[in-house]
Design a protein around this ligand. Structure first.
Ligand SMILES: Nc1ncnc2c1ncn2[C@@H]1O[C@H](COP(=O)(O)OP(=O)(O)OP(=O)(O)O)[C@@H](O)[C@H]1O
Length: 244
């Protein structure tokens, strides 16, 4: 077993998933180490959300191994979910509650209640202005909602963060705030797996980018050196794959 597999907080080994006759994942292997951001790209229907669903224990694999911080979600879904912070594309929060009340409630639900002061600190870290804390969520923008959710993720100090299309619908400033925050989460030692169609965001954020095609990682590239990724080269590389 390689070093990365041993250290991986997220480990998928040759998994296969099918819905009826439709095979979606086929020998997919993917490892994300603690303190690493992995961006998972792929065409519509490639199986990106299914991959997250496997890690969350909502979808079972036909074969292969799945590990979330050492736990197999197929055997212990609650145990795995307890180690995961998950941000779906549209964060499910309660519109009639304030940002503070939402965070308070979600943390209590996760069995990790926190005092108002700690939640406020996480809101500040997430860039959510104090004037918004006690306002109902119905008046929040998508970016503000995401800040509440990521503040909760920060407070939970879980080893794994899963994100589905986190930057879709965010304006450039909210995206920049989000990127900064995600790097802080990564630097704390969390393994981050982000599903996205946004190549620019992937290039800005990720340490590795994988392209899912034919049910497995068909192409993978790691950031190297201070120049990080060349977005144009990435685009051409993945575009060729789509055209092939
Ligand atoms: N519960 C389900 N039952 C049957 N088929 C499903 C189910 N969930 C997903 N699929 C199918 O599996 C395939 C992969 O879906 P998935 O949502 O994982 O793809 P995706 O890469 O996330 O796509 P997108 O980029 O469009 O969100 C699609 O063809 C989808 O229609």
């Amino acid at each position: 077993m390689s070093t990365i597999e041993t250290a991986a907080a997220i480990a998928l080994g040759d998994i296969a998933v099918r819905y009826g006759d439709h095979r979606v994942l086929n020998d997919l292997s993917l490892h994300v180490a603690a303190g690493e951001i992995y961006a998972l790209l792929g065409g519509n229907g490639a199986g990106k959300s299914t991959t997250l669903s496997v890690l969350l224990g909502f979808t079972t694999v036909e074969r292969g191994s799945v590990s979330v911080a050492g736990i197999d979600p197929g055997r212990d879904a609650d145990g795995a979910r307890g180690r995961i912070a998950y941000l779906p594309e549209n964060v499910a929060l309660y519109d009639h509650l304030s940002g503070m009340e939402n965070a308070d409630y979600l943390l209590a639900l996760a069995g990790e209640p926190k005092p108002r002061g700690a939640i406020g600190e996480a809101f500040v870290a997430a860039g959510l202005g104090e004037d918004a804390w006690d306002r109902r969520l119905s008046g929040y923008s998508k970016g503000m909602r995401q800040k509440v959710a990521i503040a909760v993720a920060l407070l939970r100090a879980v080893p794994v963060l899963l994100l589905d299309e986190p930057t879709s619908g965010l304006d450039p400033r909210a995206t920049a705030d989000f990127n900064r925050l995600l790097h802080a989460v990564r630097d704390r030692g969390t393994a981050v797996l982000m599903v996205t169609h946004d190549l620019l965001s992937a290039a800005d954020l990720a340490d590795r980018i994988g392209y899912l095609d034919g049910g497995r990682i068909a192409d993978e590239i790691a950031a190297a050196g201070p120049d990080r990724f060349d977005v144009r080269a990435l685009h051409d590389r993945f575009q060729q794959r789509i055209a092939a």
